[in-house]
Design a protein around this ligand. Structure first.
Ligand SMILES: [Zn+2]
Ligand SMILES: [Zn+2]
Length: 253
């Protein structure tokens, strides 16, 4: 008589096979992990440090002292988003891990950053209670070249953890923009103006929930988030928040 192999044994077997074929890599140093269930190796674990207080009350950037409420960027630029946060400073091993997520075909790194956004942002998410997650769209051609949009992967993984739905395919990046990091603030604004478009802006299709959380990989000056926030506010959102995987520490114009 043939004996059925229990499902749990099958799963363990499949896990072992896939672990051999596709060994897990440490998100932060990219070395192969001993245990594929982990995301960060033992050596890199001390590098997982969330941003602590004092932080900018608007964008969550770390501040040098708690005498100020806002960072230099938020003092200069009027913001359209309410407020936001990132678990990490965009620097060192975190920076390299995000670069691999964007350009090095390490799509799986999104899971680690979404988990960090979830753990670090629990009080924020409870307080602001967003009804939808909106990943910052990338242009169709860039998406085809890369195979995915990293902001969408972050939003989907965050949605799995929070149960908040992702608004997908409603907001388009209508034209490719020059890489933001090489531009000054005024140039950035010009570069972004008209970069996003929302589909179905009439009738019921127009409905964007009242409280929206924009999700992206990196926050530098915030001009991308602000441009998208303007569009969402026009389309019916009342409060727009954001969460990014990492935020640039210093002042940038
Ligand atoms: Zn490591
Ligand atoms: Zn700020």
């Amino acid at each position: 008589m043939r004996r059925e192999i229990p499902a749990s044994d099958k799963n363990r077997f499949l896990q072992r096979i896939s672990g051999i074929l596709y060994p897990g890599r440490c998100v932060l140093c990219d070395r192969i992990l001993e245990k594929s269930a982990q995301m960060v190796c033992r050596d890199c674990r001390p590098l997982v440090r969330f941003i602590e207080e004092p932080r900018c009350c608007r964008c969550g950037r770390p501040l040098e002292s708690d005498t100020e409420a806002y960072c230099e960027n938020c003092k200069i630029h009027p913001r359209l988003f309410e407020r936001g946060f990132a678990p990490f400073v965009y620097d060192g091993a975190v920076k390299e891990a995000i670069m691999r997520l964007k350009y090095g075909h390490r799509a799986e790194n999104a899971r680690f950053f979404a988990k960090s956004m979830y753990v670090c942002g629990k009080p924020f998410l409870t307080e602001t209670a967003p009804q939808a997650l909106v990943p910052v769209p990338i242009h169709r051609e860039r998406r085809m070249r890369r195979g995915y949009n990293q902001a969408e992967l972050l939003a989907e993984a965050l949605s799995d953890l929070t149960g908040i739905p992702v608004v997908k395919n409603r907001i388009l990046r209508v034209r490719g923009t020059a890489p933001q990091k090489e531009l000054g603030m005024q140039q950035r604004k010009k570069n972004l103006a008209g970069a996003f478009r929302i589909t179905g802006e009439t009738g019921r299709d127009r409905m964007i929930p009242a409280r929206v959380l924009i999700v992206d990989d990196i926050f530098t000056t915030g001009s991308t988030i602000d441009t998208l926030a303007a569009l969402l506010l026009r389309a019916g959102a009342e409060k727009v928040y954001f969460s990014c995987a990492a935020i640039a520490a210093g002042f940038s114009v």
